[in-house]
Each structure stands twice: as C-alpha cells, then as structure tokens.
Design a protein around this ligand. Structure first.
Ligand code: C2E
Ligand code: CA
Ligand code: CA
Length: 779
C-alpha cells in the first residue's frame, strides 16, 4: 500500500483519529479513576482518624472509671492514708487487673510514686507526667500519652480523697502492637505509634505493619513516596511527643480500580485494532472500485469497449460507474457513426470510395499471396444526368438507391463488394473473380438494370457501362487498376457495349496511343486524311440531295484505319476539334466545288459530344461557310443522340445557335440514346437518323421493326425528316418505303465513296431515278 495513495491516506486519517479519541478517553477515565482512588483513601483516613479518636476516648473513660472505683474504695483510701503500702499495692493490682490495665500507680501530693504495680518505675521516683495531674486537678479529668521506661502508655489520673486529696491513682493502657493491630482491624488501615525525640528522630513504638515495613516508617516522606496515603495525628503527650500514623497503601486502595484500568486499556487497545482494521477495510472498499474505474477508463482509452464496468454500488461510486458506462456507450455510438460516415455512402448505404479502396488494397495483398486473379469493375450509369435534370434530384437520389439495391442483389458472394464512388459511378470488387466470373457478374448487373424501374409512379430507364480489369493481368497497383477500369468503362460506353474488358488500346497514355496521337497530327498536317461521301437516297424519288462526309485515314504503314478506331481516341485527347475543323473545311470546299460543276448536294458533317459543349463551334462553322461561300442550309450537322442526352441543356443552347445561323441539324444513331420527348421537342432539329442496328435488325426482329416504325412516326409527328442508315438490301428498302421513311443510307445504295467516284455514281443513280420515275409518269 503506497503511502501517498488515497487508500493509505484514508486509513491513516481514520487510525489517527481513532487513536486520538481512544487515548483521550483513556487519559480522562484513568485520571478519574486515580482521583477517585486518592479521594477514597483520604476518606478512609478521615474515618479512621475519627474512629481512632473514639477508641482513645473510650479507653480513657474506661481507665478513668476503673481508677475512680479504686480511689473511692474505702479500704484503699484507708490504706493510702495509713501508708499501708502492701494493701495499696494489692488493691491497685486488683483494680488494674479488672480492666487489664498495663500500668497502675499511686502518686503522692509531692509528685512522687508511692506504688507501682508494673514495677516500671520505682517508689520514691518522681512521677514523669506532673502536667497530667495538674490538668486533672484543674479540669476534673484528663488523659495523656507518655513514655515510661521505653514503653508508651495512655494514662489517666484520678484523685484519692479523704475527703481532701491525699494522693493520685494513675492508670494506663500500654500503646503496643496489640493495640495497633486492634486499631488496624477496626479501620482497615495500618496503624503505627511513633515518638519523636529532642533531635527530631522518629522511633516506632508499636505498629500493625510487619517488621520489615516498620524501618521505613522512620522516614515519613519516603513512605508517601512509596505509594501510601498517610495521616499523622499527634497525641496529647508529655515528655516525648507521641503520634499515631495512619497509612493506607494506595496500591491496595487502587487494586479494584487497577482491574478497571486494565479492562479500559484492553478496550482501548481493541478499539484501536478494530479501528485500524475497519479503516483499512473502508479505505479498500472506497479505493477498490476507484481502481476498477481507473482500469476501465484505461481500457476504453485503448479502444477496448468489451462490455460495461460491473460496480453495483448504490452510492456516488455506483453513480460514477454508470456515468462511465454511459460515457463508453456514447463513445461506441459516436465511433461507429464516424466509421459509418467515413466508410459508408450516406445515400445508398453502400461502401464508399475509401472503404472500397481499402478492401481492394487488402484483396490485392491476398491475391498476390495466393497467386489467384481478382477483378475490379467500374460502372457508370447512362443517362443519369438526364434523369436528374428532368425529374429532379430527389428522383435521381431514389434511382441511385434502387440501382444500389439491384447491384447488391446481383452479387452472390458475401466477399464481393459493390461501392458507390460518387455521382452515378459504382465499383465492384470480386476478390476471387477471374475474367469469366467478372463477365458473368457484369452481365447480371446489366440485366438487373434492364428491368423497368418505377420511381414515384415514373418509369425511369437507365443503362450502364461497365469496365473490367483483372489483377494481375492489367496491373498490380490499386491506382493503375482503378484508372484502367475507368478507361475500359469509357470504352464500353463509347462502343455501346454494356461491358468491356480493359485493352491497352483503350489507354491513351500508352506508348502506342502516344505514337498514334503524333501520327494523327501528322496525318492532318500532311493531308493523309481524306473524306469519303455516302449518299442519302430519297426513298420516294430515288434522288440524291444529301451526302454524309465520313473521314478516312490511309496510313502509310498501318494501311486503312477505321474512324471507329481513331475518332474516340481523338475525342479523348481533344484533338477532335482539329479533325472536325479539317472535315468541315474539306466538306464545304467539296460542296462549293460540286456546285460549281452543277451538282447540288447538301453535305452532312459528324460532330462529337465533346465539341457540342464548346461554345466556339457555331463561330467556326460560320467562318467556314463564309470562306467557301456555301449557303448555311447546305450544311448539315449530325450529332449522336447520346451526345445530346449527356448534357441536354448545354446541347440545346449550342444547337439553338447553330440553328440560328441557318445550319441544319440531324440526330444521329437515334434510338440508342433514350431521348426524352420533352427535350426532343425543344431542339431545333430537322432530321432523325434511325440507328443502323435497328434498321439492320428490322428484317429479323419484330422489336427492331417496331422501333423503326415508331421512330418514323415520331419524326413525322414532329415535322422531321427520317433517315434510315445501314440499309444493306432491297428488302429493307421496300420495308422502309412501306413504313413511310423519307431517306435511306447504306451499302445497298452506296458505300462511302471518294468525290470522283461519287460523281460517277450520281450519274448512274440519276439515271435509275429517272427510270424509277418514268412508269408513274403519263406517256
Ligand atoms: P456514323 O456517323 O453512324 O456513320 C455511318 C457509319 O455506318 C459509317 O461508318 C458507314 O460506313 C457505315 N455504314 C453505312 N452504310 C452501312 C451499311 O449498309 N451497313 C453497315 N454495316 N455500315 C454502314 P464509318 O465511316 O466507319 O464511320 C464510323 C463512325 O465514325 C461514324 O458513324 C461516325 O460516328 C464516325 N465518323 C466518321 N467520320 C467522322 C467525322 O468526320 N467526324 C466525326 N466526328 N465522326 C466521324
Ligand atoms: Ca453520321
Ligand atoms: Ca449513324
């Protein structure tokens, strides 16, 4: 037990207080006992003194009576008068014996002894106590003490009258040990008779004390020191002073109190022991729960929240313990809330980016250990922005929650993770998934999203693009994997593929991409690009009034490079701006050239989504139209439906400005972008181009034909021309014609052709058109 500990201090304070209290009680009680004992002794002495006086007085009376009887005896008086010493002596002896007197004497008027029974003094001697006789003569009676021949006596004197005083009878009791013992038994004190001589020396005449103690009596002070209470009574005496010493042994007097005292001491000691034990126990009972609380708070401090502290006290400590428990609960709650906030996406309840990255990191470590592949998928919703803008953020949020739920349901293994990284971007981790597994899961997720989603009565249609990467094939570092999954996702989106596996060709940062970029620049600068033109044929008249300009790249070493390969790449790098400008410049120049040759053709130019948000686009076209002196209505701009729907508000703004310039607008790949009719109505477009996938599927799939037919109807309702692209055979031509489609474009009519070949084709085509027209003409 450390001395400065609370427990030690509590115990110490208690013990000291108890000791002080016990000691004070002991001292007070003890002093009262001692005082009582002394008072008792004094009281006994006083009583003894009175008793002693009484005894001496009665002795004196007894002596006086016996002496008087002798003195008044007729025969005796006669014997005295006649000096019959023999008779006197025997009479004296008789009277003395009756009361057992120790001394009987006859003294004549001259103060000389006439007779003495004891023989201590001798006839003719002077009586040693003349004062006694004088006092009796004056007062009638008296007693005195005195020494005769080394012995002490109590003496009385009585006159012998015949009828005048003729002599004195003196009678006395010896002061001896017998008397002392008698007195002692009466008073229950020790009684001693002392004499003091001329030189003030004390001598013991008689005593009730044992012989050994008598010696000490010679020095009275020493006796007091030895623990006796004493009282000295000087007796009326002649000659040597006689005194009686009454003494009471304090030791004896205290004896009954001593038992009380030792009982008190015992009780005090017990009290001290009990208080020490009690205070130690109390201190421990106070400090033990404190130690437990301290231990508990250290545990909580280390983040161990395994259960509450068990202190069932009803007092302040119990209160403190329950406050500690509440504190722990509060901490646990807040900590889990913090963890939740840190690792959960608040809207959907899915893990967030931080948690996803964490799990991916761990999965990479585990996979590198087990040498097994893992897969990561990045998913982005198509048309989410559209939903948000048209239906509002609350619906957008509900949509995200619904999507989250479906994605979660699409994962069957508990170890798989789907997270929301932000916005409409989701990520999936399959820690034990190879490519085959990833493709299965991706397909399942896409199917899950194909099911119609109804939110607050509104049918919302979303699709998704998923990019897949496999560890370690596509990277061993988390950031590389995530970046490449993102690239794969964009590739999937562009190609409208649903899901796509990462391919180095997707990555514009790769060496090949870099060199391709340089080569593309060179191609533009060195005129390696050319424009081909594909005609749009009027289904009713078979005449050609429009052509679409399609870029071609005849690479010196690679050969022919499809626009599908380099246009997306140019879009990513921003180089598309240069290409569009080059295409528009070339197309308008061609348009002007044809016109000069007498061929009236409007020319369509494709514009990418990226460019639509460039505010400088209308000015660029305006400048080129002026440069080549081409009327604005000769220029058509084709924009894919999905490009418009990525950011409809922005797109409409640009389209309005292009429209204001007199340029015609066409929505390309219609049917793939899920346009909202409300947007479509607000757009200043002139033409819809049904996507070739529907047109080509039309003859085999009923659904595709339905889409084609409804698109034609929709376009017509809105006053637009409808073009079908991808027309590959006559049957399609017939069908489209029957459905009322306005224009057709496709390999069946013509592949994209260089200008010279197109001119030739046009001549053949116009002949056909004429032939086609003829039968309907009247002869
Ligand atoms: P697009 O705008 O949908 O162009 C039509 C594509 O369909 C052309 O492919 C054309 O050759 C092809 N096509 C025409 N008729 C048929 C047919 O009957 N059957 C089949 N299977 N295909 C047919 P191309 O020229 O390879 O161009 C591919 C895409 O590249 C274009 O699709 C367009 O999005 C883009 N593109 C081409 N040139 C340019 C350009 O100058 N600028 C921009 N921004 N994009 C361009
Ligand atoms: Ca086009
Ligand atoms: Ca198209």
């Amino acid at each position: 037990m450390r001395l400065h500990s609370l427990r030690a201090r509590i115990a110490l304070v208690f013990v000291v207080l108890m000791l002080l209290a016990q000691a004070a009680a002991y001292i007070v009680i003890n002093s009262v006992i001692l005082k009582n004992a002394h008072e008792n002794a004094e009281e006994q002495l006083s009583v003894a003194e009175r008793v002693f006086g009484q005894v001496l007085r009665s002795n004196s009376q007894q002596l006086t009576q016996a002496a008087s009887v002798a003195a008044s005896d007729f025969g005796f008086r006669e014997a005295v008068a006649t000096h019959d010493s023999k008779t006197v002596a025997s009479a004296l002896q008789n009277h003395g014996d009756r009361i057992h007197a120790d001394a009987v004497m006859l003294v004549d008027l001259d103060g000389k002894l006439i007779a003495d029974t004891d023989g201590a003094a001798h006839e003719g001697m002077a009586f040693p106590f003349p004062h006694l006789i004088r006092t009796v003569a004056q007062k009638g009676d008296a007693s005195s003490f005195g020494m005769i021949g080394g012995k002490a006596y109590q003496l009385v004197a009585v006159p012998v009258k015949a009828p005048i005083v003729i002599a004195w009878v003196v009678m006395g009791f010896a002061i001896d040990d017998v008397l002392a013992r008698e007195m002692s038994s009466l008073t229950s004190l020790d009684v001693s008779f002392l004499t003091v001589d001329e030189r003030d020396r004390w001598d013991v005449v008689a005593s009730s004390l044992p012989e050994a103690s008598r010696v000490r009596l010679k020095d009275q002070a020493q006796l007091a020191d030895d623990g006796y209470a004493t009282r000295m009574v000087r007796l009326h005496s002649e000659g040597r002073t006689v005194a009686v010493l009454l003494d009471r042994s304090l030791k004896e007097a205290l004896a009954p109190f001593r038992r009380l005292q030792s009982a008190l001491l015992l009780i005090t000691m017990l009290g001290v022991i009990v208080s020490i034990v009690g205070s130690v126990l109390t201190a421990r009972s106070v400090t033990r729960p404190l130690a437990a609380l301290a231990q508990f708070s250290r545990r909580v401090g280390h983040g161990d929240y395994s259960g509450p502290i068990e202190i069932r006290h009803q007092d302040e400590i119990g209160e403190l313990a329950s406050a500690f428990n509440q504190m722990q609960e509060g901490i646990v709650e807040r900590e889990s809330r913090i963890t939740e906030l840190a690792y959960m996406d608040r809207l959907t309840g899915l893990p967030n980016r931080a948690l996803f990255n964490d799990r991916l990191q761990h999965a990479i470590v585990a996979a590198s250990g087990s040498r097994r592949p893992l897969s990561v998928m990045m998913m982005d919703l198509d048309r989410f922005k559209l939903v948000n803008d048209t239906l509002g953020h609350p619906i957008g949020d509900l949509l995200l929650c619904e999507v989250a739920g479906r994605l979660r349901a699409a994962l069957h293994r508990p170890t798989d993770t789907v997270a929301r990284l932000g916005g409409d971007e989701f990520a999936v981790l399959l820690p034990e998934g190879d490519l085959a597994a990833a493709r299965v899961v991706a397909a399942r997720m896409l199917r899950a999203l194909e099911e119609p989603i109804t939110i607050e009565g509104q049918l919302v249609d979303v699709g998704a693009s998923i990019g897949i990467v496999i560890y370690p094939e596509h990277g061993t570092d988390m950031n590389v994997l995530l970046r490449r999954a993102d690239i794969a996702m964009y590739a999937a989106k562009r190609a409208n593929l649903g899901h796509a596996l990462y391919d180095a060709r997707h990555d514009h940062n790769s060496a090949e991409r870099l060199s391709l970029m340089g080569e593309l620049r060179q191609a533009v600068e060195h005129d390696q690009l050319t424009l081909y033109y594909q005609p749009k044929v009027d289904l009713a008249t078979h005449r050609v009034t429009h052509v679409e300009a399609l870029v071609r790249w005849d690479h010196p070493t690679r050969g022919f490079v499809s626009p599908d390969q380099f246009i997306p790449f140019a879009e990513q790098t921003g180089y598309i701006k240069t290409i569009t400008r080059w295409v528009a410049d070339k197309a308008l120049a061609q348009c002007a050239a044809w016109r000069a040759e007498g061929i009236e053709l409007a020319v369509s130019v494709n514009v990418s989504a990226r460019e639509l948000i460039l505010s400088s686009l209308p000015e660029m076209f305006q400048g080129l139209l002026e440069k080549h002196g081409v009327a604005p209505d000769r220029l058509w701009i084709e924009i894919t439906e999905s490009a418009i729907m990525d950011d409809p508000n922005h797109a409409i703004e640009t389209l309005d400005r292009l429209h204001a310039l007199g340029i015609r607008l066409s929505i390309d790949d219609f049917g793939t972008g899920y346009s909202s009719l409300s947007y479509l109505k607000r757009m200043p477009v002139d033409e819809l181009k049904i996507d070739k996938s529907f047109v080509m599927g039309m003859t085999h799939h009923k659904d595709d034909e339905t889409i084609v037919r409804s698109t034609i109807d929709l376009g017509h309702n809105m006053g637009l021309k409808v073009v079908a692209e991808g027309v590959e055979n006559e049957a399609m031509m017939q069908r489209l014609n029957a459905l009322g489609c306005d224009l057709a474009q496709g390999f069946h009519l013509s592949r994209p052709l260089p200008p010279a070949k197109l001119a030739q084709w046009l001549i053949e085509q116009s002949a056909q058109a004429d032939a086609f027209a003829e039968p309907s003409l009247p002869a």
